[in-house]
Design a protein around this ligand. Sequence first.
Ligand code: INS
Ligand code: FE2
Ligand code: FE2
Length: 292
Amino acid sequence: MKLLQSNQLTEAVKVAEAWEGFVKTKYESKSAKKKTSAFRDYEVANEEQPIVAAFYKENHAKQSLEHVLSKKKLYEGLTHGEMSIWEALELMNTLVDESDPDTQLSQIAHSLQSAEAARKDNQPRWMILTALIHDLGKYLFFLGEPQWTVVGDTFPVGCAFSDKIVYPHYLEENPDYNHPVYATKYGIYSPHCGLDNVHLSYGHDEYLYHVVKDYLPTEAAYIIRHHSFYSCHTEGEYSWLLNEHDVEMMNWVKVFNQYDLYSKAEEEPNVEQLKPFYLQLIDEFFPKKIKW
Ligand SMILES: O[C@H]1[C@H](O)[C@@H](O)[C@H](O)[C@@H](O)[C@H]1O
Ligand SMILES: [Fe+2]
Ligand SMILES: [Fe+2]
């Protein structure tokens, strides 16, 4: 730390440090139904929903750098079908996310709850759309992928794991845990190399980013790609990986996160009633069908 404070201190480092303070700020829940501190309470989940810990045990044991690289290769080319955004949303009707202690509703309900929360807050239309589609990468599940490489929080692979990742002790089972390079602080990365150059554990964020990035503003695509990276955007870890662009974009991830997380306590949305508004919104950004 001392060394970095010399006159070689780059702009990126300065902003990253300022951001570390900011990132710890918590939004107050708009919903009176549940306190913000009651979300993501994995201790309570251990008692009441053992499926969550079982999910992370498997996820942490299997998300190695090698695994991530092989899934990226398999899915980056978007050769797994053509489908409209609304069709993908409807598919989500049957998926319940095992990693999530805060919602037992289907994923289409979660998508609409997030989008409605952003809409009520008068967010720009791109943000409402981002909230609507942010979890559609869970389509991976319908392509035959097990939940452990589809859902859950993400974390960098190829460098040491932070102990602020959920269920950190399960990472001891990861094949990279004692690796001579991947287990060192910087691993295969250099400080402030930017998240664009970092491999996060493979899941719905990375997959959907490639599906939608050409149709959306940079901010929206960035949110989608990093919304599950809680140890960074909520715990303030891994700031040494961020460059100036990341620091700027992470502000948007924080804004988005309140709609993603706290809307889970809202009433179950009426899909048919909301459909016309969202079809129109989707139309403003996307062609009829896109490649998956
Ligand atoms: O359990 C949840 C869920 O899988 C979300 O879709 C993901 O974005 C979160 O990071 C995770 O904690
Ligand atoms: Fe997600
Ligand atoms: Fe979500």
